[in-house]
Write a protein that binds this ligand. Structure first.
Ligand SMILES: Nc1nc2c(ncn2[C@@H]2O[C@H](COP(=O)(O)OP(=O)(O)O)[C@@H](O)[C@H]2O)c(=O)[nH]1
Ligand SMILES: [Mg+2]
Length: 333
């Protein structure tokens, strides 16, 4: 063990020793690997930690899948403008929300554990689609490893709380379990360039079953406690009320924008805004060109721009020009 590791490393190492769950150990190991200074003297230790990590990942598979590691935790392909994963206890309405928002056929059930596998659907918002994934509860041992992988690859979390069943303890328990798994739940505005997006997750709290008497009082309690940290919204999936707020909140929390590309041959008067490319907020002309085609970005000379980020319509802008949602650009090379 090299003696010149920072104190945070020792703390993570202590967390590794103290962790009672495999997920907790994995989270601590990942942190140790990240903190470790990058130089030759640490290569051996790093290799040791990596091999421990992969063994634990294997254990997680075996303990939860029961099929000797045949399950593939990262298997669900990412689609659309971002991945939003619905999480929460069983019976809170995750499946009903997913199916009414996306039309995905996910089983809704008044009995426990009707959702045994992550189920993806596509949620239409404005002129884009966002992937919404319904999940089994975190406590469901047989799906924990798949869920863990899925959570890591999610862009944001929507925590669904049942307003008729003590929502605050639901939130507290879940959030502390997720933190034990290594996830840091934040408001999207806290994201910085250094944020590790595998473990830091912008989170929305969605309070469901607003149609049941008494729900409003509970909602007010949740709002009071959490709305300074997270967006909190109230819906009734059953009556399809409040779901309208979900789209804008998700879009904002994903921190994305839509950019339309127009060919120089096309007249602006004939141009219809559709099929935007989707980029993180703060992206520039060169990022947009790269998204369209890698080669295009290499040859890019300038872009002509219509939209809010321009000083006037049809402005010529350079590769570093910052774009705003709704901008139209014409790429010249
Ligand atoms: N009254 C009411 N019942 C709901 C609402 N959303 C879901 N449910 C019911 O709650 C039960 C569990 O729903 P489900 O979507 O399977 O929950 P999940 O376990 O979180 O996926 C089902 O019987 C649903 O019909 C709602 O907004 N209001
Ligand atoms: Mg379900």
């Amino acid at each position: 063990m090299p003696t010149n590791v920072p104190p945070q490393y020792r703390e993570a190492e202590q967390r590794f020793r103290d962790a009672s769950s495999i997920q907790g150990k994995i989270a601590a190991l990942q942190e140790m690997l990240q903190i470790m200074p990058k130089h030759k003297g640490t290569d051996h230790l790093k290799a040791q930690l990596r091999s421990r990590l992969s063994k634990l990942m294997g254990d997680l598979e075996t303990s939860s899948g029961g099929k000797g590691g045949r399950t593939e935790p990262f298997s669900l392909p990412k689609e659309g403008a971002g991945r939003v994963t619905l999480i929460g206890d069983t019976n809170v309405g995750k499946s009903l929300i997913t199916s009414s928002a996306t039309g995905a056929r996910t089983k809704v059930g008044a009995y426990e554990l009707s959702t045994q596998e992550p189920v993806p659907g596509m949620y239409p918002y404005l002129d884009i689609y966002i992937q919404m994934v319904d999940t089994p509860p975190i406590t469901n041992k047989s799906t924990q490893s798949r869920l863990y992988g899925l959570l890591r690859t999610s862009d944001i979390f929507v925590f669904v709380a049942d307003l008729t069943n003590n929502p605050i303890p639901q939130i507290e328990n879940y959030f502390s379990e997720l933190s034990e798994w290594g996830f840091n739940l934040i408001n999207h505005s806290e994201k910085t360039e250094k944020t590790d997006l595998m473990v830091t997750k912008p989170t929305i709290i969605l309070c469901n079953k607003a149609d049941i008497p008494g729900a409003l009082d509970e909602y007010q309690n949740v709002e009071q406690k959490y709305s300074s940290i997270f967006p909190v919204i109230m819906v009734s999936a059953k009556d399809e009320v409040g779901l309208d707020d979900l789209g804008p909140t998700i879009f904002k929390t994903l921190d994305i924008m839509r950019i339309y590309t127009k060919s120089p041959r096309e007249k602006l008067s004939d141009f219809k805004k559709k099929d935007p490319i989707v980029l993180p907020i703060g992206s520039t002309v060169i990022d947009a060109a790269t998204q369209v085609h890698k080669d295009l970005s290499k040859k890019l000379k300038y872009a002509v721009l219509w939209g809010e980020s321009g000083k006037f319509k049809g402005q010529r802008v350079g590769r570093g020009h910052g774009l705003i949602d709704g901008d139209i650009i014409e790429i010249h090379n």
